[in-house]
Design a protein around this ligand. Structure first.
Ligand code: FAD
Length: 318
């Protein structure tokens, strides 16, 4: 099926959206935009700076800690970042890891910086733009066109939309009349939280809580406003003997993740909920239910290959 005109809107500038965009460029497809509600790129590849006692800044990763490297097809991508000084390889037993330098968000910034301008000389990446609704501008079939509306910006239309946000958020955006594809009832994305702190003696520390073992605490934490949640997390970390007294603390920060890691991810590389409306990201391309940054990147690449084969029949993905 040929989709025309080939304007692609990618929702989400995390690992999936950014590497999908780079793959599209590698296929010679330039007519796309990436839209993210956040002020920075990376999604769950997120870093946060905290003040140290000597007034310098310490960088912590609040989401992804390390990239487990098992996919031969992705080694080149990681090595490119290694050469640029953004990733560093580490080995633990048989498993190789990539660790970020200085923080995981640097990798997302590196990928974003590699994107070229579109055919009209404009930036393809737009931040601080939250997709509120998706609707059809024509009814189904070939040439179906989608309209994205936003909280603050003028609507955008595209013939292809790829939703790379965490699956529950993507499903909320599916337009009325688009049925939920059955396999999508399977994956669940668990919450998580991490409390970070710097100490007067120079120590940098963290306490992570993750589901299912910490589920009741996490569910309660997600209901609180930011200040109350920080106080509650500090109290729990003190109770556990992890967080020292206030006199030893320079700064604390709590990051809450409503969606952290997927359980029951699908083997399918992506799903097309309706013609030209794709769902991709870390709920897809799973090996043995395993899900991580590598799965997100693979899912994005598979979507790019699919679009390249539809939009540019002359270009055969390798
Ligand atoms: C605490 C934690 C620890 C983890 N540890 C690891 C680890 O060590 N190793 C590992 O490999 N993986 C880890 N993961 C999992 C990993 O982070 C994810 O698998 C991967 O980063 C997902 O990338 P993504 O692009 O699919 O989604 P995301 O990174 O979530 O990107 C989706 C983007 O969509 C945007 N978005 C959402 N809704 C909208 C909207 N309506 N409009 C516009 N934009 C929108 C978001 O702002 C976000 O930037 C961890 C995750 C968490 C939270």
């Amino acid at each position: 099926m040929m989709i025309s005109p080939p304007r692609i809107l990618i929702v989400g500038a995390g690992a999936c959206g950014l590497t999908l965009a780079r793959s599209l460029e590698s296929f010679g497809i330039q007519d796309f935009e990436i839209l993210d509600k956040a002020r920075g790129v990376g999604g769950r590849m997120a870093s946060r700076r905290l003040k140290r006692a000597d007034e310098t800044q310490a960088s912590f990763d609040t989401g992804v800690q390390q990239i487990e490297s098992s996919e031969p097809a992705l080694q080149e991508l990681w090595q490119e970042a290694e050469i640029a000084g953004v990733l560093q390889k580490s080995n633990s037993g048989e498993m190789a890891y990539w660790l970020p330098k200085p923080g995981m968000s640097a990798l997302a910034k590196f990928w974003a910086g590699k994107l070229s301008l579109d055919s009209h000389g404009k930036q393809k990446l737009h931040l601080d733009i939250r997709v509120k609704e998706i609707s059809r501008t024509t009814q189904g079939g070939e040439g179906a066109s989608w309209e994205l509306s936003f909280e603050k910006n003028a609507p955008k239309t595209g013939s292809v939309v790829v939703l790379t946000c965490p699956l529950p958020q993507a499903l909320q955006l599916l337009p009325q009349g688009v049925p939920l594809p059955t396999p999508l009832k399977g994956p669940r994305i668990e919450p998580a939280a991490c409390l970070l702190w710097t100490q007067t003696d120079g120590t940098l520390s963290r306490r992570n809580w993750s589901a299912p073992e910490d589920s009741p605490f996490l569910e309660a934490l997600l209901e609180l406003d930011a200040n109350a949640a920080l106080l509650s997390a500090e109290a729990k970390a003190r109770e556990e003997g992890q967080l020292p007294g206030q006199e030893s603390i320079v700064e604390t920060y709590l990051h809450r993740w409503r969606y952290s890691r997927v359980r029951g991810a699908l083997e399918a590389p992506w799903l097309e909920a309706a013609p030209g409306l794709f769902l991709a990201g870390d709920a897809f391309a799973a090996a043995d239910g395993r899900t991580d940054v590598e799965r997100s990147v693979l899912s994005g690449r598979f979507v790019a290959e699919e679009l390249a084969s539809r939009l540019r029949p002359a270009i055969q993905p390798s």
